[in-house]
Design a protein around this ligand. Structure first.
Ligand code: FAD
Length: 401
């Protein structure tokens, strides 16, 4: 653990956004002796709606190194990757890659438990950020304000901080993803066996599916295995997208339409398209899922990750698409690198931030290029070669220039 320096103990850090990146940064900065407050827009604890996340070392590093959490507590394994034609069922290839899968909720609740609620402030929607060079003023929608010597903007892909400081907003990628979770006991034995111990790619000419097991923690704290899937649909921007993203009350949702807000005819179309296009095995999985919902895929590039005493981390900096399963890992890696740079930088806070930005910006941008290349193939029927190292999950290795 880092030894708190005199500077650290007197430096006030505001972390905006209390999810994976924000909570990793908050925990590390507090351990390093900083006075850390987290400002989160949500009125209460966040929920990942039961969706899965592939474990990368950076994603779970804080929990494994700084808490008593073990990998077994928060994840389940699989032993292979399988690539199939989702319309015929033909096997395209298989590899022996083994991965572990966790869930958003499993990570978030442990990060929150570690940080505690005393300085985690709910219902704080950042409205304005003003950098004065040596101090930053924050204003929230409630009218409340906060001051800090350093602000970590970890407010995700639609970052208000990024919009204000850099004028960057996310751009629609041309496709959406349907996501859902099926209980193992809701599936026939053959469908369960088909998906349970593997990461499955279901390839189509105009999109793709993925399916993999994840841990679900029940109200009693017991963990069970379930199957998580995503089905990516190409949908042009304009009327088709607007119709898809309009909820049962006629409201056009910007990012996701959650299950309870889905128009019944849309859910019917989802199921009928599955029956027309997919093999019976995929259809069974999709039909068995509780509460499917739809999310737009968007991304954003940034020219910088630091403006004065504000730093952008995770999705609030470069917002990637999900295909290399390392967006959360990138957010956590930004946080680890930030604290390492601050610790190495001694009293030179500005020098440390400059050094950190030079290190992390190329990683984020290279990752964005990687997932855009993967999307070109996955969404447009290109050749997605089993085992191709260019498509392997994880952050790219960037050699410092
Ligand atoms: C379909 C899909 C699948 C994915 N699969 C994986 C995977 O397998 N592995 C992986 O590593 N990553 C995956 N990701 C990516 C991962 O979810 C994100 O990259 C990761 O959550 C980014 O973390 P973050 O902390 O930067 O931002 P987020 O998790 O988006 O958190 C942002 C936080 O800021 C808060 N906030 C927003 N605006 C404000 C505001 N104005 N004021 C205050 N608070 C605010 C939000 O409520 C939220 O808590 C996936 C993403 C998607 C969409």
């Amino acid at each position: 653990m880092t030894t708190p320096s005199g500077r650290a103990t007197s430096t006030r850090v505001a972390v905006v956004g209390g999810s994976i990146g924000g909570m990793t940064a908050a925990g590390l900065l507090r351990d390093a002796g900083y006075q850390v407050d987290v400002y989160e827009r949500s009125p209460g604890p966040l929920s990942g709606l039961g969706t899965g996340i592939v474990v990368q070392p950076e994603l779970v590093r804080f929990l494994l190194e700084r808490t008593t959490t073990t990998l077994e507590d928060i994840s389940v394994p699989s032993s292979s990757m399988k690539y199939v034609d989702a319309s015929s069922g033909a096997l395209i290839g298989a590899t022996d890659d083994s991965w572990r899968f966790t869930s958003y909720n499993a990570l978030y609740h442990r990060l929150l438990e570690n940080f505690g609620l005393e300085r985690y402030h709910f219902s704080c929607n950042l409205e304005q950020v003003v950098d004065h060079g040596d101090q930053v003023d924050l204003t929230f929608s409630s009218g409340e304000t906060a001051q800090a010597d350093l602000v970590v903007l970890a407010d995700g892909g639609a970052s208000a901080g990024r919009r204000q400081l850099l004028g960057v907003t996310p751009e629609y990628a041309g496709y959406v993803t349907w996501r859902g979770l099926a209980e193992l006991d809701a599936l026939s034995a053959s469908t369960r066996d088909y998906f349970d111990d593997t990461f499955t790619y279901g390839l189509l000419d105009d999109g793709h599916l993925i399916a993999y097991p994840i841990p679900v923690v029940d109200a009693e704290g017991q963990t069970r295995r379930a199957l998580n899937y995503q089905w990516y649909w190409n949908v042009p921007a304009g009327p088709a997208l607007d119709e898809l993203m309009t909820d049962r009350n006629g409201v056009r949702r910007p990012t996701s339409v959650h299950h309870h807000d889905l128009r019944p005819e849309l859910l019917a179309e989802f199921h009928s398209r599955a029956s027309e296009r997919l093999t019976d095995t995929f259809v069974e999985l999709l039909h068995a899922a509780r509460e499917p919902f739809v999310t737009v895929i968007a991304d954003a590039d940034v020219p910088q990750m630091r403006v004065g005493r504000c730093v952008l981390i995770g999705d609030a900096a470069v917002t990637p698409r999900p295909h290399a399963a390392a967006g959360g890992a990138k957010a956590a890696a930004d946080a680890w690198a930030l604290v390492a740079a601050l610790t190495d930088g001694g009293d030179d806070l500005d020098g440390a931030l400059t050094k950190w930005e030079a290190q992390q910006l190329p990683v984020g941008r290279a990752y964005l290029q990687k997932v855009r290349r993967m999307a070109d193939v996955l969404q447009h029927g290109g050749r997605f070669t089993p085992g191709d190292p260019a498509n392997r999950f994880g952050l790219p290795t960037v050699v410092a220039g």
